[in-house]
Design a protein around this ligand. Sequence first.
Ligand code: FAD
Ligand code: EPU
Length: 347
Amino acid sequence: MHVENTEMDGYTLLENVSLNARNTLRVAARARWLAEVHDPQALPKLLATPALQQLPVLVLGEGSNVLFTTDYPGLVVQIATRGVEVRDTNNQTTQLHAAAGEHWDDLVRWSLSHGYPGLENLILIPGSVGAAPIQNIGAYGVEVAEYIHSVEAFDRQTEQAVELSGAACEFGYRDSCFKQQPDRWIVTAVNLNLLHEPGLHLEYAGLRTQLARMGVSQPAPYHIAEAVLQLRTRKLPDPTLIGNAGSFFKNPLLPTQQAHELQAEHPQIVLWPVAEECMKISAAWMIDACGFKGLREGDAGISNRHALVLVNHGKASGAELWALAQRVREGVQQRFGIWLEPEPRIL
Ligand code: FAD
Ligand code: EPU
């Protein structure tokens, strides 16, 4: 039901809204209220609305990293602002300001086509700009934290608009202060620093091979973008064709000693160092080794293309997908003694 068209006030508020097309796992769920925010300055007024004041609040981007296991009983806020602009430029860097409601992939392509390289390894990651800092999106050897100058947000605790420096965001692997305190900040814009002559990131397994396959021996950023596009398209199921949220679990981090013990027990295991004292273990490999790849229970499944991706073959509910995820976790725990952490936000 459309309660009140308050676009003049900077937002549109809707009641009892379907979220089916607003999450890439294509799970059926409803929000009690949903506000599309066109002007972040309207957030204090929106959140102070008497009917909404006592309700929980969920900030939702494009829904590519959430699993709804039930209807959302509170207010879903979607930041709908658009726009990318050059804010500052000097001899070495250009600073881009991007509104939270922009598509991340559009920003990557815009920056490359305007001559600002740096984000090429992060091409084709679904979702909004505003969500990029939440889990510090990463792919093919690069994390967005490397480029974040600052994040503009509304702080629900102090009811102020704030600008957090990259350091204040406390970025880690699929982690940030925003992820740690999910009820505190509503990201409204991201400021990125792009070097005019960035170093290229070619270390990630398979990237050099893909470039060689393309006949490229001296890669430029646009070659890397093309190589990543091809790798991603080959490896990951397309959410427009089959519901999914990308990697469903994080790759666990283990102290180096413990990782080597695990490797002694399972010589084929895929792992790689991330620091002197710690190694990352491939969750996909462990799930695959347990025989879960391609498994299907009703419409809930594990992709047959990539063992880390949970898929919705049609009408799986969020609860069914979550039950399958639990089965996978228990299997991996039994075989490898590791309890996998989900990457998407479970609601
Ligand atoms: P949502 O799913 O809507 O939200 C994700 C989280 O961010 C939620 O906790 C939400 O509350 C919070 N949030 C969203 N917007 C805001 C905001 N403005 N302010 C405060 N909190 C907010 N991720 C990677 O890191 N690397 C990958 O390579 C990658 N590949 C993927 C491939 C596929 C096919 C899919 C479906 C997903 C992939 N992902 C990947 C996960 C996903 O794309 C990212 O996490 C993305 O940043 C989510 O954006 P979103 O707008 O859809 O966020
Ligand atoms: N593997 C298997 N079976 C499979 C798939 C992979 O054994 O079915 C093994 C292979 O040995 C492969 C290794 O797992 O070498 C790693 O696979 P991949 O390169 O696909 O990377 P990943 O660790 O599964 C991570 C991110 C992705 C990101 C890619 C590329 C996490 C949780 N996932 O996946 O991010 O795109 O690396 O950098 O860190 C996401 O977060 O949603 C996401 C897709």
